[in-house]
Write a protein that binds this ligand. Structure first.
Ligand code: F6R
Length: 492
C-alpha cells in the first residue's frame, strides 16, 4: 500500500482529484467505481474544477457505484443513486448509458446482485474509489465479511447506521440493509484509491494498514492488492506507527510484516516432517496470511526413534504431527513418502520420486519454492533438494528459489541475501508447530534449537550484517529467518 499524507481535508481532496483526473486522461474509457458518503465530496468538487480547467472528458468513462441502501426509492434524497447523479455523473458529464446502478427496489435482491456482479465482471473496474467506515468497512462490507464475498444484500451494522444517521436525521430512519459489491469484487479492480479524513477514521486506518489481514477489519484485505493508494489527512493518519522500514539494506532484501510477497503460491519442501517448522515456521505463519502455502513432506521420517512402536505406527504418528503443524501454520500438507528413504541404492527410487515431485509441481505451479540450502549436509535434505531441482527442470517451471538454513546447516556470513523479520505472534506459532512434533522433541531439543536460532539471528543480524556496528539500527521485529534467494534465471 502506498500512503499519501495530506495536511488537511482540502489538500486530500485536491491530491486525490489529481490522481483520478490523471487516470482519466491516460484512459478516456476508464471504468470507475465510486464511493459515496461525506469523504469524497471534496474530491468530486475538485474534479469538476479540474474538468473545466483542463477540458477532461468523462463521456466515455464507465461508472459503477459501490453500494446502495436496500428498499429506498432511487429518487430518495439519500439514495446513492441520487448522490452519484448530483455529485458525480451530472457535474462531470458522464453519459448515463455508461453508468450502472444497483436497483434497491428490485424484486429479488439475489438476482439483482448477480446481475450487477456479472456486469462488473464483463466490463472490469479500472479504478475503485473507496472510503472507509469507522468500523473498517469498505463499501458496505461490514466486519466479518470474508475475502471471497461478491455483490449481495447485507445487513448494516449498528455502528454504520449510527454513523450514517447524520444523513437521515435519525438512526431509526437509516435503512437496515444494503446491496454492496463484495471484497473479491473490489480486489479485482486494477487500481484502488481509498480516502480517509478525520480522527474518527484513525483507528480503522491504522488497522487496515498495520493490522493483520482479517475479516474483523474488511479494509485490511486491501493489503492483498498490488496497487492501493491511501490518501489520508493528518487526523486520519494519527494512529499510524509504521516507521519508514527499508525494503533493501545494501544487497539484502528485507521482508517485514508490511512488506512480503502476497497472493502467491508457495511450496515449502520439508525433507522430514518437522524441518519446515523448525527452519521456516515463522515465515510460513506470516506469509500464510496473504498467500496460498503448500508443504511437500518428502519422507515419512519413520527412522526416528519412537520407543515401542512399529514402522507403520511411526509413519502414522509423524504424519499426524505434520498435519497438526500444517493446521497451526496455515498450509496444505502433501505427504510424498519418497522411495529413496527406504531404498536409497535403487535406481528406480529416483525415477519414481522425480515423477511424484514433478506431478506436484505441475499441479501447484508454485511462484516460490522454499528448500534446504545447498550447503545442507544431511543426506535426506540434500536428496530432497536435488530431486526438487531435477523435477523442476523436467516441468520447465521457473519459480523463485528461497534457500533456507536450519539449526543443522546455518548460513555463513556471505551466504544469505534476504532477511524475514516477523513479530512475536508468528514466533509463537512457530514454537507451537515445532511442539506439535511431540515424538521428536523428547529425543532432540528441536524446540530449543528452533527458538534459539530465530532469536539469535534476531539479536545479531541487524547490527552485525545489515547496518554495521555503531550505526543506529532501524527498529525491526526481533525474530528472524534467513534466506538465499535465487531468481529463476540463476537456478542450477
Ligand atoms: C459509501 C461506502 C462506505 C463509505 C464509508 C465512509 O459508498 O461504500 O464504505 O465510504 O462508510 O463514509 P463517510 O465518507 O461518509 O465517512
Amino acid at each position: 500500500m502506498q500512503i499519501v499524507k495530506a495536511k488537511s481535508y482540502e489538500e486530500l481532496s485536491k491530491k486525490a482529484a489529481m490522481i483520478v483526473a490523471n487516470q482519466v486522461m491516460l484512459k478516456p474509457t476508464l471504468s470507475i467505481c465510486f464511493a459515496t458518503g461525506a469523504t469524497p465530496l471534496g474530491m468530486y468538487q475538485e474534479l469538476q474544477q479540474l474538468r473545466e480547467e483542463h477540458d477532461i472528458d468523462f463521456r466515455k468513462c464507465v461508472g459503477f457505484h459501490l453500494d446502495e441502501y436496500w428498499g429506498i426509492a432511487p429518487t430518495h434524497p439519500q439514495s446513492y443513486h441520487t448522490y452519484l447523479l448530483q455529485n458525480v455523473y451530472t457535474p462531470l458529464g458522464f453519459m448515463l448509458r455508461n453508468c450502472h446502478f444497483l436497483n434497491s427496489n428490485a424484486h429479488n435482491p439475489k438476482a439483482e446482485a448477480a446481475r450487477y456482479e456479472a456486469i462488473i465482471s464483463k466490463k472490469g473496474i479500472d479504478l475503485a474509489i473507496l472510503g472507509i467506515g469507522t468500523n473498517g468497512h469498505i463499501a458496505f462490507n461490514e466486519p466479518g465479511t470474508p475475502k471471497e464475498s461478491k455483490t449481495r444484500l447485507v445487513q448494516l451494522s449498528k455502528q454504520t447506521r449510527k454513523d450514517n444517521a447524520r444523513f437521515f436525521g435519525a438512526m431509526s430512519k437509516v435503512p437496515t440493509h444494503a446491496l454492496t459489491v463484495g471484497i473479491s469484487t473490489i480486489l479485482r479492480a486494477k487500481k484502488i484509491i481509498l480516502l480517509a479524513s478525520g480522527k474518527t477514521k484513525a483507528k480503522a486506518i491504522q488497522e487496515m494498514i498495520e493490522g493483520p489481514i482479517t475479516p474483523k477489519c474488511p479494509a485490511s484485505f486491501l493489503q492483498l492488492h498490488p496497487d492501493v493508494l491511501v490518501v489520508v489527512d493528518q487526523d486520519a493518519a494519527r494512529n499510524l506507527t509504521q516507521p519508514p522500514l527499508p525494503e533493501r539494506i545494501g544487497h539484502y532484501t528485507i521482508f517485514t510484516k508490511y512488506h512480503f510477497p502476497k497472493q502467491k503460491t508457495i511450496l515449502v519442501i520439508s525433507p522430514h516432517p518437522d524441518d519446515s517448522c523448525i527452519a521456516v515456521g515463522g515465515t510460513i505463519a506470516m506469509f500464510a496470511t496473504a498467500n496460498t502455502i503448500h508443504g511437500a513432506i518428502m519422507v515419512t521420517g519413520h527412522k526416528a526413534q519412537i520407543p515401542n512402536t512399529t514402522k507403520e505406527q511411526r509413519i502414522k504418528i509423524r504424519m499426524q504431527e505434520s498435519n497438526k503443524e500444517a493446521a497451526i501454520l496455515g498450509f496444505t500438507p502433501h505427504h510424498l513418502q519418497l522411495k529413496y528413504y527406504d531404498a536409497p541404492e535403487k535406481k528406480e527410487s529416483e525415477q519414481a520420486d522425480k515423477k511424484k515431485v514433478a506431478r506436484l509441481l505441475q499441479q501447484l505451479k508454485p511462484d516460490i519454492i522454499f528448500l534446504p540450502q545447498p550447503q545442507d549436509t544431511h543426506p535426506t535434505h540434500q536428496y530432497a533438494r536435488a530431486i526438487t531441482l531435477k523435477a523442476l527442470k523436467q516441468t520447465g517451471l521457473q519459480p523463485e528459489l528461497w534457500n533456507y538454513e536450519g539449526p543443522w546447516s546455518m548460513f555463513s556470513h556471505e551466504q544469505f541475501n534476504a532477511v524475514v523479520f516477523f513479530p512475536k505472534e508468528y514466533f509463537k506459532k512457530k514454537l507451537k508447530a515445532v511442539a506439535a512434533h511431540a515424538s521428536q522433541n523428547t529425543r532432540t531439543p528441536y524446540l530449543l534449537a528452533a527458538s534459539s536460532l530465530t532469536t539469535l539471528r534476531g539479536a545479531l543480524i541487524p547490527e552485525q550484517k545489515l547496518f554495521g556496528f555503531g550505526k543506529q539500527p532501524v527498529h525491526l521485529d526481533p525474530y528472524i529467518e534467513l534466506y538465499a534467494i535465487e531468481q529463476p534465471t540463476q537456478k542450477e
